[in-house]
Ligand binder design. Structure first.
Ligand code: NZQ
Ligand code: ZN
Length: 393
């Protein structure tokens, strides 16, 4: 295990009805005027918005709203939010929804006190200050409610890119009521499950040795998601399944599973090109890319892939040829994604094989470009090969 520093200061208010605490929590973390950040309206229909607003009212906190954040959020709404906060004297951001509204709020929060362009924090700098952010979560997926990340697409050029990591982006609190996730369409529920599994796999596939504890945290989380997601799809109101998914999504990405080990993140980097090119849901893009990446890098460490197959999917170990077991594990993962109704091929997300060179070139233009990936360093030819595996699946 490597040395590490782990700082995860977010307060979590978890369970049915906990949104009633929102106003008090905003006050506790210094807010006096709040910007609610919302998407296309789901949170108005499922009660999350009303519960948060009522709690702010009860606490005597004035608030206003920035609505219309779209999935794969764009920079335009961040600029709009920064202007609004400055004009109205807002000092607290409260996204109500999923990763897209949370990430927008995080970017606004660092942009308000900064004199330059907020995009600097996605290319060259980390912020020294941020307005505080609290979250009312309505989708179990990205883990942004506890993470140090935000992902925004710059409108000009369609660059989908993450911030330079800093604990300043971790929310002050997150209200997590699994009941709000019961209104999620099956597709979004499944996308969320894939995303959180991918967050775990990005950490699980490592060259760091002596990581038995975090390996087993990862495996336990994966098995829990594999059990809960089909139950949530079959019975959308299954509170226990929704609760497991919601907490698993946070644990998958606040980095507790990644402590003391190098991490990979190549599948996410490649997926960001898919969602930039085709505006597909992040989880759907990952369902296509993650298994393709696994097939490609398997020869790097068949024993680790075999361990995954045995411990997560209960495959029988082939001691003479661990690679056989390893391949079976990848097949079982792909079959699981399919059983959730997720796409696992290029065609299903509207991607085209002829765009592969353009996606690789687009990646090359990003800061840092190539190589990327902590398990196997990915060069342009590797990215192209992984995308070809996905295209031919
Ligand atoms: O816009 P509304 O009407 O609210 O509908 C949303 C949206 O269409 C809907 N939804 C959310 N909660 C619902 C609901 N519908 C019914 N009932 C509910 N309870 O779900 C749709 C997707 O919402 P979105 O916020 O886009 O989903 P998600 O949470 O998966 O976020 C995806 C974004 O987060 C980024 C992704 O790249 C993508 O841009 N990520 C952020 C990360 C982070 N900050 O740590 C890490 C991830 O790896 C990821 O990259
Ligand atoms: Zn993700």
């Amino acid at each position: 295990m490597k040395n590490f520093t782990f700082y995860s200061p977010t307060l979590f208010a978890f369970g049915e009805g906990e949104a009633k605490q929102t106003g008090e929590l905003v006050r506790r973390f210094g807010g006096t005027k709040v910007l609610l950040v919302t998407g296309g309206g789901s949170v108005k229909r499922n009660g999350a918005f009303d519960a948060a607003a009522a709690s702010l009212d009860a606490a005597g906190l004035p608030w206003l709203e920035l609505s219309g954040i779209q999935p794969n959020p764009r920079s335009g709404k961040v600029y709009e939010g920064i202007e609004l906060c400055r004009r109205e004297g807002v000092d607290f951001l409260l996204p109500v929804g999923g990763g897209s509204v949370i990430d927008t709020a995080k970017a606004i929060a660092v942009g308000v006190p900064y004199e330059g362009d907020f995009w600097d924090f996605f290319s060259t700098r980390t912020p020294d200050v941020s307005l505080p952010v609290g979250v009312v979560l309505t989708i179990a997926a990205t883990g942004s409610e506890g993470s140090d990340s935000t992902v925004i697409t710059l409108e000009q050029g369609g660059l989908k890119w993450g911030n330079k990591k800093s604990d300043i982006y971790r929310p002050k609190f997150a209200v997590m009521d699994p009941r709000y996730t019961c209104t999620l369409p099956a597709y979004q529920t499944a996308c969320g499950a894939v995303d959180m599994m991918s967050h775990i796999l990005e950490r699980y596939f490592t060259d760091t040795t002596d990581v038995a504890l975090t390996d087993q945290l990862c495996e336990g989380l994966l098995r829990t998601i594999i059990a809960a997601a089909p139950r949530a799809l079959a019975h959308p109101d299954d509170y226990a399944a929704r609760a497991d998914l919601m907490w698993a999504g946070m644990l998958a990405h606040n980095d507790i599973c990644g402590t003391g080990r190098t991490q990979d993140w190549a599948s996410h980097q490649i997926e960001h090109e898919l969602s930039a090119f085709y505006d597909c849901a992040h989880g759907a893009g990952l369902a296509v890319i993650q298994p393709a990446w696994m097939r490609y890098v398997l020869p790097h460490d068949p024993a680790r892939f075999a361990q995954f197959a045995v411990r997560v999917f209960g495959c029988e170990m082939d001691f003479r040829s661990p690679e056989v077991t390893a391949r079976e594990g990848i097949q079982r993962l792909t079959a699981f994604f399919r059983s959730l109704g997720m796409p696992t091929s290029f065609q299903e997300i509207g991607a085209k094989a002829e765009d592969i060179p353009a996606m690789v070139a687009h990646r090359a233009e990003k800061p840092g470009g190539f190589p990327f990936g902590g398990f196997v360093p990915i060069q342009p030819s590797d990215m192209e090969a992984i995308l070809r595996i996905a295209a031919e699946a």
